[in-house]
Ligand binder design. Structure first.
Ligand SMILES: NC(=O)c1ccc[n+]([C@@H]2O[C@H](COP(=O)([O-])OP(=O)(O)OC[C@H]3O[C@@H](n4cnc5c(N)ncnc54)[C@H](O)[C@@H]3O)[C@@H](O)[C@H]2O)c1
Ligand SMILES: [Zn+2]
Length: 679
């Protein structure tokens, strides 16, 4: 055995190399291990250890913290107490008693396979090409034709202790073998050194791919069906954005979901071809795939050019049927010990000519579910090219989906954040109050669309909040009707729809009446009342299609009720916005859409409005130096506190979470201004 730290370094480097190419394994799929001699800190004696990727991690980004560390003598001693396949799950609980020290990450179900196979390095991967052979009806014969005696076929067996014993036995009985194809599932390879193991994994993956390319028939999914070809890109994306809220609403019948859209060539080509619906109905096979994609997707059975209303109506019918079938599937296999049903909605919805909508409890999970289905399509293509696609039986899928060990994994997940699954769109999100609101909503778990006329500032704010799974930017001038429609479309394509819209974009052009121009009047009215009307109208369309309720929040102003000096157009525009709140609350209540407003005052810090001349003007109007304006406003308040953008953001958060029965309200965030009391 090699030096422990060298073995761990080699293991991490190999894992990262293999895991960074999706052809080698799907995201977070598979695991790799290394065995080496360490020192027992108690006895100072040498001790044989194994490092293996822990539960839930991803090979491509694996670090030492993601490794479980186990004592091999104890792990292998489990074979003496193993009670047989019926009780193999008990062995997983016993892994905790095989840990070295604190043991690192939680050991995964595949730990036994790595420990029991007698090789210093082991890789277990889910490559599309390997799964293609593993799910071919005559996979065993094909594996022989492809690899000869060097790679051995192991029939489907659920991951666990027995599978580990099976593979260990194959290795003992086939000294010439470099690895195995695991029926219905993936591959495992081993080597005496890390390099040898990696080379063998790559050899199996590429040999399977080349075999399929060489031996496979063209057009494995059959000919293109007329009318099911991909729509031209622009038309496709507009159609996708229009359908997305309808589909997200359906996929959220049991619990609210975030959506992701994928219209890659692989998806569109699959959906255009004759066999797509029969193959989709067979469902995915690799456990990693169907745990994320559900047993099977929902497929719309209409041509791409069908009228949108017909598509929406048919999707509703198919969704009802999907739920019935899923419930029947649960009832077919569940017994008294099974965890209760987790929800009957689809995770993948396929629309020919348009693309794939995937769903999850957050944007990353939704995106990854789609990536898994892409892997599954490629695997099905390979299996159909050389044979017939034959996934594992449905009863086995149920056993894994409702396996107590999977349930335990779900229970270990941290509690969702208050705004998890909610999609927010903030206009004027590039600065001041909008920026603070976008940041607060993202911190509370929402997916955020930062919309601003100033695209650069919107992009900077979105990037500061995290990856595209947290926030995206759109350049949109709220005075432009088409741009507003596009912004809502972007939200639908990025996250499936929208639940929380903050009408925040605004500007102020102060001045006394006699100096006010019609241009200044029109501009302020175009951005604030007209802009928020346009945004509310497009948002309400999406929310009504989703049937998931929603929040529309107006950042109005103290000036909507208080007659401040030299401020006619701004104050009138804000009063218009304030009345929109009441009018829309009355009109949209029947859809569960709540409309509320916030009346801030004197938010100087971070505000572009104050920096851009308004501050100087206000300071002059009140007769104080400009840099003391925030302090001046604070002294004017009942609480003598300065109002910050974060205070306004907190009010947005409070309305959308803790005030579910409130609509048509304005909340002052002004540190107490008696003149602005509402009555
Ligand atoms: N700052 C305050 O004291 C205060 C008080 C009451 C109300 N408000 C309101 O709060 C909102 C935000 O103000 P702020 O102080 O953060 O200002 P800010 O200038 O810092 O931010 C406003 C943002 O809106 C964007 N914007 C302007 N016109 C737009 C358009 N046509 N389309 C899209 N985006 C546009 C700007 O680019 C900017 O990023 C405004 O509606 C304002 O009237 C502010
Ligand atoms: Zn696996």
């Amino acid at each position: 055995m090699t030096d422990a730290s060298a073995a761990v370094t080699a293991l991490l480097q190999r894992s990262n190399r293999l895991g960074s190419d999706p052809r080698n394994t799907n995201y977070a799929g598979g695991n790799a291990s290394a065995k080496a001699t360490g020192t027992d800190p108690v006895t100072r004696e040498p001790v044989e250890l194994m490092w293996v990727k822990g539960s839930g991690g991803d090979l491509g980004t694996l670090t030492e913290a993601g490794l479980a560390v186990l004592r091999l003598d104890r792990l292998r001693a489990l074979t003496a107490v193993y009670p047989g396949v019926e009780r193999e799950d008990e062995m997983v609980a016993a892994f905790d008693y095989c840990l070295h020290g604190k043991g690192g990450a939680a050991p995964s179900i595949d730990t036994a396979m790595h420990g029991l196979v007698d090789a210093a390095h082991v890789d277990h991967l889910h490559p599309d090409s390997g799964i293609a052979l593993a799910t071919a009806a005559d996979g065993e014969a094909l594996a022989k034709a492809c690899f000869g005696e060097r790679v051995v076929w192991v029939p489907w067996r659920r991951p666990g202790f027995q599978l580990g014993l099976d593979i260990a036995q194959v290795k003992r009985e086939h000294p010439e073998a470099i690895g195995v194809i695991l029926g219905g599932h993936g591959i495992t390879a081993w080597g005496a050194t890390s390099d040898e193991c990696e080379a063998r994994s790559r050899q199996i993956i590429s040999a399977a791919r080349e075999f399929i390319e060489r031996e496979g028939r063209p057009e494995p999914f059959g000919p293109v069906i007329s009318g099911y070809e991909p729509l031209p890109e622009l038309e496709r994306r507009v159609r996708a954005a229009t359908l997305a809220p309808v589909i997200r609403g359906l996929a959220s019948a049991d619990r609210s979901q975030v959506g992701h859209f994928n219209d890659s060539d692989v998806v569109l080509d699959f959906l255009a071809r004759e066999k797509h619906s029969a193959l989709a109905a067979l469902g995915t096979s690799c456990p990693d795939h169907f745990l994320r994609t559900k047993v099977r997707p929902l497929v719309l059975d209409l041509p791409a050019s069908a009228p949108l209303s017909e598509m929406a109506a048919r999707l509703r019918e198919l969704h009802a049927a999907y739920r019935d079938e899923y419930q029947a599937y649960y009832r077919r296999y569940a017994d008294a010990a099974s965890p209760s049903m987790r929800g009957a909605d689809p995770a993948i919805v396929l629309v020919p000519g348009v693309g794939m909508f995937s769903f999850g409890a957050d944007a990353a999970t939704a995106r990854v579910a789609g990536e898994y289905y892409l892997n599954a399509i490629t695997a099905m293509a390979g299996a159909e090219a050389v044979s017939t696609y034959a996934p594992i039986p449905e009863s086995e899928k149920f056993r894994i989906e409702y396996w107590e060990l999977e349930e335990a994994k779900l229970r270990r997940r941290p509690a969702p954040k208050p705004l998890a699954t909610r999609v927010a769109l903030v206009t004027g999100g590039g600065s001041g109050i909008g920026r603070a609101t976008a940041a607060r909503l993202a911190a509370e778990g929402a997916c955020v669309v930062v919309a601003d006329r100033d695209g650069e500032s919107a992009s900077a704010v979105a990037a500061s909040l995290g990856s595209a799974d947290t926030a995206v930017a759109v350049t949109a001038d709220v005075t432009d009707e088409a741009a507003v429609a596009r912004a809502l479309q972007e939200a639908a394509l990025a996250f499936g729809g929208v639940d929380l819209v903050v009408n925040n974009a605004g500007l102020s052009i102060p001045g006394p009446l006699l100096e006010a121009t019609t241009g200044d009047w029109d501009r302020q009215h175009a951005v604030m009342p007209r802009g928020s009307f346009l945004v509310s109208r497009e948002a309400a369309r999406v929310m009504i299609d989703q049937q998931m309720g929603g929040d529309i929040i107006y950042i109005a102003s103290k000036n909507s009720v208080v007659a401040g000096p030299a401020n006619l157009a701004y104050g009138a525009a804000k009063a218009d916005q304030a009345h929109q709140v009441r009018l829309l609350a009355a009109e949209l209540g029947e859809y569960g859409i709540r409309v509320n407003g916030i009346n801030p005052d004197g938010v100087v810090r971070g505000s572009g409005i104050f920096a851009g001349g308004w501050g100087a003007q206000r300071a002059a109007a009140y007769g104080v130096p400009e840099d003391e304006l925030g302090a001046f406003y604070a002294q004017r308040t009942l609480l003598k506190r300065e109002v910050l953008p974060e205070h306004v953001a907190a009010a947005v958060f409070a309305i959308t979470t803790d005030l579910p029965l409130t609509t048509g309200l304005h909340i002052p965030v002004d540190a107490g201004v008696a003149a602005a009391f509402l009555r």
